[in-house]
Design a protein around this ligand. Structure first.
Ligand SMILES: Cc1cc2nc3c(=O)[nH]c(=O)nc-3n(C[C@H](O)[C@H](O)[C@H](O)COP(=O)(O)OP(=O)(O)OC[C@H]3O[C@@H](n4cnc5c(N)ncnc54)[C@H](O)[C@@H]3O)c2cc1C
Length: 494
């Protein structure tokens, strides 16, 4: 009999770990606090419209990629249809880029056209980023002796590992803000001075290399398929069943207690939720991590405000793409600093997605479902953001910014209007202050500095976007698969 596993939390990370382990023959029981699984990766229907609750795109979805490999191992890859997101429109305060986005170099190519005088420097930036990403991938698989000789075998990694993205951008482009803007459009809430350059390079090499995708049927399809796979392989999911206590004894988890007061035991435990919450559930003063990965030294990412809109088809300009990103602020550093202080006076970053353009079944005939994501302060920084009046004021500001920069007029053309605040994200998923990405990809929070999946407690692993390898749907899913592999390897060793 294979070792039994309890999973705490049913977002992408917990579901991936659970589905893989169930497929490998382990008795798996997953406890989810909410009445549905998925965490951030879910969706909902209202008046025949479908809306994704949070995320808008996926990466690493082609055969051979790590994300695809999870579904392939589960034998459900044919049940998912990853639609390529063909075009991305990025609007900056002084110009815009329309990208045929097949890989991250699309940004470099578009910028070369826009700023021909920087063609050579853009090529050099692209080459360095490519090289660093490749070296990092090789380093990951290298034997320990080779890792110890880092400067000899991985000179680019050795040279660039500690740099922020800003340092590299400054090196190539000096004070050219326009190019810095163009190359900073990555799935993180960080400005270049805080963003780790190595994270950018790994994204290029590993995650965004084949472009970005949207699952036909909406994001909910991913987590529904994973939950189904877990159950099909004999696993059990308890919804509406939050974990409240993790009892430890002699450095191991003895059992967990759920919100109905019941006690559950297994050989292995996997935490797939906010680790600060996890830490507070541990009995006897046990700690998830030691000094090196002390949770107090990390910062969580900012949050988001979301507007879910049903709009008339006729409202949408004819060439409107699925994905539009709009920056209103001139300075990403000041914009982020303002968000860190609890306001968005220095500008906004909006991500406008229209899933029914890719999959028409997601909205009724004659209409589109649209989501507008606005980067926003963490919930505790902006206590009044949940009031109906402040939501209305922000929405007006958002609609105005869109109509000033594009041909899209939303005011008076919306037939369904719903929203979610950072506090709602926090309440629904338990994420620290409604943070979008758990720990963001700041310097000192990526790669080996991110909390590992093995905690200090021997039969307790931790997964999700606060842990290795990274944040995002793909990063969290991979953390789940890493935990499954740890259990499999230990079982093989025993
Ligand atoms: C607005 C927004 C937009 C985003 N856009 C994208 C995007 O386009 N692409 C991308 O790759 N990533 C995106 N992300 C990030 C991505 O969604 C997350 O990084 C990822 O989904 C995190 O998954 P997870 O499993 O680690 O955590 P979560 O999704 O937070 O799952 C944790 C689960 O644990 C459950 N739980 C909490 N407490 C308990 C308890 N006590 N007992 C039992 N269960 C519990 C929660 O209910 C939840 O289901 C976005 C995030 C947000 C918020």
């Amino acid at each position: 009999m294979k070792k039994s596993v309890i999973i705490m939390g049913g977002g992408m990370a917990g579901l991936c770990a659970g589905a893989i382990l169930a497929k490998r023959g382990h008795p798996v029981t997953l406890f989810e606090k909410q009445d549905k699984t998925g965490g951030y990766v879910t969706g909902f229907h209202r008046d025949e419209f479908y809306f994704d609750a949070t995320g808008s795109f996926l990466a690493a979805c082609l055969k051979g990629s790590e994300f695809y490999a999870i579904f392939s191992e589960l034998g459900i890859e044919d049940k998912l249809d990853f639609l390529p997101i063909p075009r991305i429109r990025n609007i900056y305060p002084t110009y815009e880029l329309n990208l045929d986005y097949r890989n991250p170099a699309a940004y470099v190519d578009a910028l070369k056209e826009k700023f021909p005088e920087y063609e050579g420097k853009l090529a050099a930036y692209a080459e360095l980023t490519r090289k660093l990403g490749q070296e990092f991938l090789q380093f990951e698989k290298a034997p320990l002796w080779k890792k110890c000789l880092l400067p000899f075998f991985y000179p680019t990694l050795f040279k660039c590992a500690q740099h922020s993205h800003a340092a590299i951008l400054r090196h190539f482009f000096g004070a050219n803000d326009e190019i810095q803007h163009g190359l900073s459009a990555l799935p993180t809430t960080l400005p270049p001075t805080k963003l780790s350059y190595i994270f950018v390079a790994v994204l290029w090499a590993k995650v965004l290399k084949d472009g970005v995708f949207y699952p036909r049927g909406g994001m909910i399809r991913l987590t529904d398929m994973l939950a189904q796979s877990l159950v099909d392989h004999g696993g059990v999911i308890h919804r509406d069943s939050g974990v409240e206590t993790i009892t430890t004894r002699k450095g191991a988890v003895e059992n967990i207690i759920t919100s109905d007061g019941r006690t559950h035991r297994a050989d292995w435990y996997i935490g797939a939720l906010n680790p600060y919450r996890g830490q507070s559930m541990l009995t006897g003063g046990a700690k998830l991590y030691g000094k090196m990965f002390d949770l107090d030294r990390y910062t969580v990412s900012p949050s988001a405000m979301l507007f879910y809109l049903g709009i008339k088809k006729s409202t949408l300009p004819p060439d409107w793409p699925y994905f539009v990103s709009l920056h209103t602020g001139l300075n990403p550093e000041q914009e982020t600093e303002a968000i860190e202080q609890g306001h968005s006076d220095e500008g906004m970053h909006l991500v406008i997605t229209t899933p029914s353009l890719l999959d028409p079944t997601l909205a009724p005939d004659g209409f589109h479902s649209m989501k507008i994501l606005v980067h926003a302060p963490r919930s505790s920084l902006c206590k009044d953001q949940a009031s109906a009046e402040s939501i209305r004021v922000l929405q007006e500001k958002v609609f105005k910014a869109i109509s000033e920069k594009t041909d899209l007029t939303l005011a008076d053309n919306v037939v369904l209007n719903l929203s979610a605040t950072p506090a709602a994200l926090q309440q629904r998923t338990g994420n620290e202050e409604g943070s979008m990405y758990g720990f963001d990809a700041a310097m000192g929070q990526v790669g080996p500095r991110r909390p590992p999946n093995q905690t200090r407690i021997k039969n307790l692993l931790w997964v999700g976007h606060y842990t290795r390898p990274a944040h995002g749907i793909v990063g969290s899913s991979l953390s789940g698969s890493f935990a499954a592999n740890i259990i499999t390897e230990r079982e093989d060793d025993a």
